[in-house]
Design a protein around this ligand. Structure first.
Ligand code: HEM
Length: 480
C-alpha cells in the first residue's frame, strides 16, 4: 500500500492506539468538521481503531472524488444496523454490488424525471388533505407533515391508502426505523468499534445488543414484508392500485426479496428527509415574513380562486428560488450518507487508503463563502438572476455520483406541491421554542444524527383569508 509514500490528508493529531476515536463528535459533527476546515482545509483525515475516515469540506473535493470516481461508490459495513439489524438490505446501505445495481435499475424505471407526471394527481390530493388538517389543528403541524410524507411514500411505493398516523403500515415503519436512527452515529454501537463482538452468542452475558438486534431485525422485516404481501394479494385479486411494487412485480424479472427490500428503502430514505425540509419551511417563513409575503404575492398573481397544481410549475420562479434556499438553509442530511472506497486512491498529493469511509460535509458546502455571499442569510434572491446565481444546492444536497439520491425527482415534486400549497393558503408567524421564547435565526437548534431537522418549535398558522378556508373545504368535498 501507498507505494508513492504520500501522506494522509491533514486532520486532528491522533492519540496512541485509539487514534482519533475521541475527536469524533457525537452531536452535530458537521459543525465541528466545518470549523476544522479553517485549520485542516478541504479534506480531513481521521483514523479510529484502524478505520480511516475522510471528511470532504468543499464542493470541489466532494465532486472530484464522489462524483467523478466510481471507486467511491461503495457503502461502509455497519455491523449493528446493517448486518445484525438487517438494514444492509435497503438501497441506501447496500454495498456496491449486483443487488444494488438491480435496485437502482428498478428505482430508475419508476422514478426518473419523466415518470413523475403519473404521480401528480395523487400528490395534489395528499397536499390538499394536509392543508385541511392544518386548517383544523394548526398546532399539530409536525404530525400533519409526518402523515403527509408517510402517506405519500406509501402511496407511491405500494399504492396503499393510509388514512391515519395509527395505520399499521406507518406504525410498523416508524417503530422499525426508530432504533436504527438512534444508533446511526459513529460509536453508538460498540460492535462497530470492536467487530469481533458480533460472534458472541446471544445468550452470553453482556450480549444484550445481539438480543435487541434480533427483535429490531424482525421489526424491519415486518415493515417491508407486510405491505409487499398486501400488494401481491391485491394483484392476485385484481384490485391492486398501480404502484412501484406492482410495477416491479409485473416485470417478472426480479425476485420477491429484491423487490421487497428495494421498495422498503423508500420509507427509510424518503420520509424524515422530506419532513426536515418542511419543518425548515415553517421555521424560515415564520422568521422571515417579507420573504413569505413575496412568495405569496407571486403565487396570488398566478393562481386565483383555486389551490396550486403541478400545471403552475414554471410560472413561479421566486417560489422555485425559495425551495432551493430551503434545501441550502438546512440540508436534511448534513453529512450525506457515508461512502466507502474500494481501492487505494491519491488526491492533491495525499494518500487515501482502500476501505476509507468518506463523507461529504454538505453543511460546510452550504455555508462556504466561496459558494455563497453572506451564507448565514436566508435569501432566495441569491438564485434569482440566472447570470449571477450562486451554486445550485440541488447539485450537492442530494449527494454525489452513483450513490446520489434515487428519490430526487419524487422529493422535488413533493416539495414543490406542498410548499406552494401551504404558502398559497396560510400565513405562518411567531416562531417560538418549546418554552415559548421567540426563536432568532442565530439560536435555531437542529437534531443530530444521519437525518437532521429543526428541533420542535411552535408557530402561528392562520388561513390567509376566510375565503381560503372555504376553498380548502370545497376542494376536499370535490375530492371526496
Ligand atoms: C428532501 C428530500 C431528500 C433529500 C435531501 C435526500 C438526500 C439524499 C442523500 C444525501 C442521499 C445519499 C447520497 C450519496 O450517498 O451521495 C440519498 C440517498 C437515497 N435517497 Fe434520498 N433524499 C431525499 C428524499 C428521498 C426520497 C423521497 C426518496 C424515495 C422515496 C429517497 C430515496 C433515496 C435512496 C433509495 C437513496 C440511496 C441511494 C443509493 O445508495 O444508491 N430520497 N438521499
Amino acid at each position: 500500500a501507498n507505494p508513492r509514500r504520500l501522506p494522509y490528508p491533514p486532520g486532528p493529531k491522533p492519540e496512541p492506539i485509539i487514534g482519533n476515536a475521541r475527536h469524533i463528535p457525537a452531536h452535530s459533527s458537521w459543525l465541528q468538521y466545518t470549523d476544522w476546515k479553517k485549520v485542516h482545509g478541504d479534506i480531513i483525515h481521521m483514523e479510529a481503531l484502524g478505520t480511516h475516515i475522510l471528511v470532504l469540506n468543499s464542493y470541489k473535493a466532494s465532486r472530484d472524488l464522489l462524483e467523478l470516481k466510481s471507486a467511491y461508490a461503495d457503502r461502509p459495513v455497519s455491523w449493528m444496523i446493517g448486518e445484525l439489524m438487517g438494514w444492509a438490505r435497503i438501497a441506501s446501505s447496500c454495498r456496491y454490488n449486483e443487488t444494488w445495481r438491480k435496485y437502482r435499475k428498478l428505482i430508475h424505471t419508476a422514478m426518473h424525471k419523466g415518470a413523475m407526471a403519473q404521480y401528480h394527481s395523487g400528490l395534489e390530493r395528499n397536499a390538499r388533505e394536509c392543508l385541511s388538517q392544518l386548517l383544523s389543528s394548526p398546532e399539530k403541524f409536525y404530525e400533519h407533515l409526518r402523515l403527509f410524507t408517510g402517506r405519500t411514500t406509501i402511496m407511491f411505493t405500494y399504492g396503499i391508502r393510509v388514512e391515519t398516523f395509527e395505520d399499521k403500515y406507518i406504525t410498523n415503519a416508524e417503530a422499525a426505523i426508530e432504533p436504527a436512527a438512534r444508533l446511526a452515529y459513529p460509536g453508538a454501537a460498540f460492535v462497530d468499534i470492536f467487530p469481533p463482538l458480533r460472534h458472541v452468542p446471544s445468550w452470553f452475558p453482556g450480549a444484550a445488543f445481539k438480543r435487541n438486534a434480533k427483535i429490531w431485525r424482525k421489526m424491519a422485516d415486518r415493515m417491508v414484508e407486510e405491505p409487499f404481501y398486501r400488494v401481491k394479494d391485491d394483484m392476485a385479486a385484481g384490485v391492486a392500485v398501480p404502484s412501484f411494487t406492482s410495477n416491479c412485480l409485473e416485470t417478472g424479472e426480479y425476485s420477491d426479496a429484491d423487490i421487497t427490500w428495494c421498495a422498503g428503502s423508500m420509507y427509510a430514505a424518503g420520509v424524515d428527509t422530506m419532513i426536515s425540509t418542511f419543518m425548515s419551511l415553517f421555521l424560515t417563513m415564520a422568521m422571515f415574513p417579507e420573504i413569505q409575503r413575496k412568495a405569496q404575492a407571486e403565487i396570488d398573481s398566478v393562481i386565483k380562486n383555486r389551490l396550486p397544481e403541478f400545471e403552475d410549475r414554471g410560472k413561479l420562479p421566486y417560489v422555485e428560488c425559495l425551495i432551493k434556499e430551503l434545501h441550502r438553509w438546512h440540508p436534511p442530511t448534513p453529512l450525506g450518507i457515508p461512502h466507502a472506497l474500494t481501492e487505494d486512491d491519491y488526491y492533491e498529493g495525499y494518500y487515501i487508503p482502500k476501505g476509507s469511509i468518506v463523507m461529504s460535509n454538505i453543511w460546510a458546502i452550504s455555508r462556504d463563502e466561496a459558494n455563497y455571499k453572506n451564507p448565514m442569510r436566508f435569501s432566495p434572491e441569491r438564485f434569482e438572476n440566472p447570470e449571477t446565481a450562486e451554486l445550485d444546492p440541488l447539485k450537492y444536497v442530494f449527494g454525489f455520483g452513483r450513490r446520489a439520491c434515487a428519490g430526487i425527482h419524487l422529493a422535488d415534486a413533493t416539495v414543490f406541491i406542498l410548499v406552494t400549497s401551504i404558502l398559497a393558503s396560510f400565513d405562518i408567524s411567531e416562531p417560538r421554542d418549546e418554552s415559548g421564547d421567540v426563536i432568532a435565526p442565530e439560536s435555531i437548534k437542529y437534531t443530530t444524527g444521519l437525518i437532521s431537522r429543526p428541533e420542535m418549535f411552535k408557530c402561528k398558522i392562520r388561513p390567509r383569508a376566510s375565503a381560503t378556508a372555504s376553498l380548502i373545504r370545497a376542494t376536499m368535498e370535490e375530492q371526496g
